[in-house]
Ligand binder design. Structure first.
Ligand code: SAM
Length: 788
């Protein structure tokens, strides 16, 4: 009997306790957990791994390896069934591995996946994090191992190490158990560090195998990329990092762009949320079925060839994720792959059509099934008739352990094995009809597929490097293919019926789509003038109208303003018939604000700061190092002078609002701007959104220069104080990067003052947003475990 099975029955009988209350109790627990996680914000991402919620409850204490891959778990749990006879029969017949490896393969599949993460290479602190991991944390763990330190005398510590194949030591695997993290202080600290850096967007949790496809796409900063099935967006994020690789060095805006598409509207929103941290003006999120992605045509009907790189990370049966989603053991059946084969092929063929000659296409699944993998690859090669080459990428990422693709495979539907298509064709009666309807001819290997170099594709097996299972094939388009125009031109995309139904995404091309407006340039003269004057956006050759877009219909003030790169704007313009359903575009840089005393109706968004900063010449002040650190720590500094325009007029008796604060005694006790130099700069900073930028010499000294600019944070200049608009997690994480002696202790603050309250309106708004973000994040995590 396989591990887990017997215990499952025992627990099953206990599970009956409470009968109908069980569901309610489960819902209650779910709510409690959600609330707890919500309060912790993004921190829960790592917590979930250590304490993977529902999944944890079900993991078998004796047979399962806990979250970080240790050997002895103390989970009190109801196990999943970790066997499936049909799965075993099917894969034994496929010869995806030698018979001698079978037990090891199964045993690995039954163990929970170790946690892995990527350091965001375009993040501001990639090097600092890598250095800390290597020089501090790894060393600490090694010395603990040498000293024989364990959590409870049994569980030996495993070293923390970078993934051998991942470039620049930016991919890492963690092998600690919950128990170890709880009991060993150094690991508890490490765990906290991971949570903080994840929250700050400096690292991303991602399954090792899922990190692979973007590396085979060979994306350059000038590449024009389509990610056909992109949500929840982990690979899109990697693609954007590649597009921005140069930007990170010189601060320029790349020529290339990424169109991230998904057929599911809600998941498109996740995608937008997940990629927000990249603050990229080079991103378009669209909502189409991949197989119907529009061929963009200009007014004269000529086609706009948009892509030289396409990733098809298609929906799949997901049996490579069994370690992450063990409930799949129970659900798996061989009909799953067959059911998805046609869709996978259609998506891939559409991608072939949209790819420029000379371009690269990567087809990937998190399934081990040849019907979803080699069968699709073979059919692509057959249909494109020599115009596509399956590339041999064996010398790329040499440390990545992989197996060559299969030359032949077997097909089985829910009824049984079918040797070849002729056998299927010969079947009589209604059953024969039905089976022919569900099993495509292209599922079968044949003489043609035998001639293709399918061994050039790669299968990642879980026991080779303690990962999930994965499949990846890399193609190059050599020429247009004869059938391209005729048979591969799909029927025109089905247009969504315009409706007034509210949609929580944004939306469409030209016509209103589900009541949401199309992307339009910001061309209102008043808006342009106010942004230009308030923020000093006056860079030569920079045209607001060309780079700023919104979704608010002309005639009303835009609610949100997005910044798009020149090439994204060009694509939007070229899509003159507006066939692309754009759910979001570029980076949100401005949001409407309602404080009437502020001279512009717009404030800078948190995520938009890196993009807008290079364009700004006003509303920036450069505090001293001490003031900057104090601002990070206390989140607020008193300014002993009112903002411009609000000072008392000469000869005026009653001080203007804002000047009266100086009489509030407790305000004088709070940390304030001390340096005359900073005060002088603040004299030209108007009330409203502003930026605190480190002084050049300080930024250089601490290595805080990013995209050519010193570390900057967005603030709100009120009548009395300057307050941070960035969230606490982010500032805590920044503060941590300063030497301990500079950080100081946070003082307790009184919130009794009415002026404080006024000024904290903006912060309240931020807090509400944080909550929303945490919820979105939570949803994103849940969705991420799904494959379809
Ligand atoms: C394997 S997931 C993609 C994971 C994603 N590439 C990532 O790295 O985060 C497959 C995605 O395909 C989407 N999908 C399903 N059918 C689709 C279709 N016909 N066209 C485009 N996307 C589709 C699903 O909504 C799902 O988000």
């Amino acid at each position: 009997m396989a591990p887990g099975e017997e215990d499952g029955r025992k627990r099953g009988s206990q599970g009956g306790r409470g009968g109908g209350n069980g569901k309610r109790r489960k819902q209650w627990r779910g709510r409690q957990k959600f609330e707890k996680n919500r309060k912790r914000g993004k921190a829960n991402e790592w917590q979930q791994d250590v304490n993977p919620g529902k999944r944890k409850e079900r993991y078998d204490s004796r047979s399962q390896t806990p979250a970080y891959g240790g050997k002895h778990s103390t989970y009190d749990v109801k196990p999943f069934q970790l066997t499936n006879a049909s799965f075993e029969e099917y894969y034994k017949a496929q010869n995806i591995l030698a018979e001698s490896e079978w037990e090891e393969f199964l045993e690995t599949l039954r163990r929970q996946l170790p946690a892995t993460f990527r350091i965001n290479s375009s993040g501001n602190f990639a090097k600092a994090i890598r250095d800390k991991l290597k020089n501090e944390i790894c060393t600490k763990i090694e010395s603990m191992m040498e000293e024989g330190i364990t959590a409870d005398g049994k569980e030996e510590l495993q070293p923390l190490k970078p993934l051998a194949w991942y470039p620049d030591e930016n991919g890492w695997q963690i092998q600690f158990s919950r128990n170890q993290i709880r009991k060993l202080e150094a690991l508890t600290d490490f765990h906290e560090f991971l949570k903080r850096e994840t929250e700050a967007g400096n690292i991303t949790r991602q399954e090792t195998a899922s990190m692979i496809p973007p590396f085979f796409l060979d994306v350059k900063p000038s590449s024009t990329v389509l990610d056909t099935c992109a949500a929840p967006g982990s690979k899109t994020f990697q693609l954007l990092e590649m597009i921005h690789a140069q930007t990170t060095k010189d601060g320029g805006i790349p020529e290339g762009y990424v169109v991230a598409n998904d057929s599911d509207t809600k998941r498109c929103n996740l995608l937008t949320h997940q990629t927000k941290r990249m603050a990229s003006p080079c991103l378009i999120v669209t909502n189409h079925e991949g197989q119907r992605f529009p061929v963009i045509k200009k007014d004269d009907d000529s086609e706009v060839m948009m892509f030289d790189r396409i990733l098809c990370d298609v929906p799949c049966s997901g049996d490579g994720t069994l370690r992450k989603a063990p409930d799949l053991w129970r659900r798996w059946n061989c009909g799953m792959g067959i059911g998805l084969h046609k869709l996978q092929l259609q998506i891939a063929m559409k991608a072939c059509r949209l790819l420029q000659v000379g371009g690269r296409l990567v087809y990937s699944t998190c399934s081990l099934n040849p019907v979803e993998n080699e069968a699709v690859v073979a059919e692509i090669l057959r249909l494109t008739d020599g115009s596509f080459e399956l590339l041999d990428v064996s010398d790329h990422l040499p440390e990545l352990k992989r197996r060559p693709g299969l030359k032949t495979w077997r097909v089985k539907d829910k009824i049984g094995w079918i040797e070849n298509y002729a056998e299927l064709e010969a079947l009589e009666g209604e059953t024969g009809e039905q089976r022919r309807r569900s099993v495509a001819r292209s599922c079968f290997p044949d003489a043609a597929s035998d001639a293709f170099p399918l061994e050039r594709s790669s299968r990642i097996l879980p026991h080779d490097a303690n990962t999930g299972g994965f499949f990846v094939a890399v193609f190059k388009k050599l020429s247009e293919y004869p059938k391209q125009k005729k048979s591969e031109t799909p029927k025109p995309a089905k247009k969504e019926e315009p409706s007034e139904e509210k949609n929580d995404g944004h939306a469409s091309g030209g016509r209103r789509w589900r009541g949401i407006e199309p992307v339009v340039p910001v061309n209102d003269e008043e808006v342009k003038k106010s942004l230009r004057e308030f923020y000093g956006i006056e860079r030569e050759n920079f045209d607001i109208e060309k780079s700023f877009v919104s979704r608010t219909p002309p005639g009303t003030l835009p609610k949100r303003i997005y910044y798009v790169s020149d090439s994204v704007r060009k694509i939007l313009d070229e899509d003159s018939k507006q066939d692309m359903r754009v759910t979001s575009v570029g980076v949100k840089i401005f949001e409407k604000q309602s404080n009437k005393r502020v001279k512009t109706p717009y404030r800078i968004t948190q995520e938009g700061l890196p993009a807008i900063l290079p364009l700004m010449t006003k509303q920036i002040f450069r505090p001293t190092l001490e003031e900057f650190v104090t601002l990070l720590r206390e989140r607020s500094l008193v300014i002993p002078e009112a903002p411009p325009g609000l000072e008392p007029e000469e000869g005026e008796e009653a001080p203007a609002e804002g000047a009266s604060y100086i009489k509030q005694k407790h305000m004088l006790e709070r940390p304030s701007v001390k340096s005359e130099d900073t005060l002088e700069q603040l004299r030209s900073v108007n009330m409203g959104c502003c930026i605190a930028m480190m002084r050049d010499e300080d930024a250089k000294r601490f290595g805080f220069v990013f995209n050519g600019k010193p570390l900057s944070i967005s603030c709100w200049r009120g009548t009395i104080t300057v307050n941070l608009l960035t969230n606490t997690n982010e500032t805590d994480q920044l503060l941590e990067k300063f030497p301990e002696e500079l950080r100081g202790e946070r003082k307790k603050r009184s919130h009794a003052n009415k002026y404080d309250r006024k000024e904290e309106d903006a912060k309240e708004e931020e807090d509400a947003k944080e909550e929303e973000d945490a919820k979105e994040e939570e949803d994103a995590k849940k969705e991420e475990t799904l494959c379809l």
